[in-house]
Design a protein around this ligand. Structure first.
Ligand code: GUN
Ligand code: ZN
Length: 434
């Protein structure tokens, strides 16, 4: 028996490139009866069972019936401290922050509470097949320690950061420009590049940081290679108006971040629902990314995301849940809602494009496509086993489906955590549905 190699047999599907660039047919690889071969937490090979199985004498083969293996989902924007306030009624962004979010985040001054929530949060991500996420903490540095400790215990590839917020928020939830800088630096030294963990400098959004704090955020990015920058941008019309009042000398919302040198590769802006062509162009030319968060945009009444416009300007786009403004941890549900957001604008979201957004596209947005996002040889063996028979309705609906495209679309539209049979991170099972 070869103890180190392990093979997983099922239908296997993964993205190879962006369908918008290469066309649908060239954008994916599919094996109706496939094998994914894993060793030491990495992908060795993916191929047809009839080709690979004869070469695997003595290798354990785990077989799944009525199942589809895909790469683990990537969530490019989510708040772990907001797990306990998901589905809070009645407000749009600014009132929602004051009414629900700030009091909830206050509790993360307590490290034990932060650890409890971090563990609940990670369990929920894995139940939903998400293996990598770009995650907001709270203003408290211990919230980020708690998160990274929990992620490290599961050997997950995760990106997170302490919120920077030194104005326009309750006193109990603000830092100062200097303390925010010092605390972030301490966390970067402790966590960035440790195992599969990465740090993101995380100003909440322009209204809650002074110019001094934004300057120091830019300084951190200049001081360390490969850091992420993670914030919100142009989500809600009242928010955009407020930014204009706070920064009258800047030409617009994005220009505030640009001025403080916060754009570039590994800069991820959540939402970008109301951007002009010039802003899209600037995001594209700097290699910045946008996190499209459909369930959140609908829930907070923020607006309809214009995917075509961002793509025309070459902006990297990932998919985010934005829990707790988002209403589901499931990227399948995010895709269900993304489809509707495009329908409302007279546009279509092809299921293979959806697959790309939730996997390789997210990896590209995060500049992690050399490590995750598909089953290319040597990538981290982070994958999910999806169940075509998760519910009676899915079973019945999929019996009527004749093509892969049709099956995939129904899976994305009807699926959620119930459709995730098992989740693997670096080849280790980290969730198995009961
Ligand atoms: N803008 C500033 N903070 C937040 C937040 O916590 N959630 C969302 N959706 N938008 C924000
Ligand atoms: Zn958010």
């Amino acid at each position: 028996m070869n103890e180190k190699l392990k093979a997983y047999r099922a239908a296997i599907l993964h993205s190879l490139a962006d369908p918008s660039e290469v066309g649908i047919e060239q954008s994916y690889q599919y094996f109706e009866d496939g094998v994914l071969l894993v060793e030491d937490g990495r992908v060795v090979k993916v191929g047809a069972a009839e080709d690979l199985l004869p070469t695997l004498k003595g290798v354990e083969v785990v077989e799944y019936r009525d199942a589809l293996i895909t790469p683990g989902f990537i969530d490019t924007h989510i708040h772990y401290p907001q797990t306990g306030m998901i589905a809070s009624y009645g407000e749009q962004l600014l009132d929602w922050l004051n009414t629900y979010t700030f009091p909830t985040e206050r509790q993360f001054a307590d490290k034990a509470h932060a650890s409890d929530v971090a563990n609940i949060f990670l369990k929920e991500l894995l139940r939903n097949g998400t293996t990598t996420a770009l995650v907001f903490g709270t203003v408290h540095k211990q919230s980020v320690d708690a998160f990274f400790e929990a992620a490290q215990a599961l050997n997950l590839r995760m990106i997170a950061g302490k919120v920077l917020m030194d104005r326009n928020a309750p006193d109990y939830l603000t830092d100062t420009a200097e303390s925010g800088y010092a605390d972030s630096k301490e966390l970067i030294e402790r966590w960035h590049g440790k195992g599969r963990l990465h740090y993101a400098v995380t100003p909440r959004f322009a209204p809650t940081s002074t110019p001094e704090q934004l300057t120091l955020a830019g300084k951190l990015l200049a001081e360390y290679p490969d850091l992420y920058m993670h914030t919100h941008l142009s989500e809600n019309r009242k928010e955009i108006e407020w930014v204009r009042e706070l920064f009258p000398e800047r030409s617009g919302y994005l220009d505030v971040y640009d001025h403080y040198r916060l754009l570039g590769a590994r800069s991820v802006f959540a939402h970008g629902v109301h951007l002009c062509d010039h802003e899209c162009q600037r995001l594209g030319e700097t290699g910045s990314a946008i996190a499209f968060c459909p369930t959140s945009n609908l829930f907070l009444g923020s607006g309809l995301f214009d995917l075509d416009k961002l793509e025309r300007h070459g902006v990297r786009v990932g998919l985010g849940t934005d829990v707790g403004a988002g209403t589901s941890f499931s990227q399948l549900q995010s895709l269900n809602e993304a489809y509707k957001v495009l329908q409302l604008q007279g546009k279509k979201l092809d299921p293979f494009k959806s697959l790309y957004l939730a996997t390789l596209g997210g990896a590209r947005a995060l500049y992690l496509d050399d490590k995750i996002g598909n089953f290319a040889q040597g990538k981290d063996a982070d994958f999910v086993v999806l169940d075509y028979r998760a519910t009676p309705l899915m079973t019945y609906r999929l019996q009527q489906a004749n093509t892969l495209e049709e099956k995939l679309f129904a899976l994305m539209t009807l699926g959620d955590d119930r459709a995730v049979k098992e989740t693997f991170a670096t080849g280790q099972s980290v969730h198995r549905r009961g």
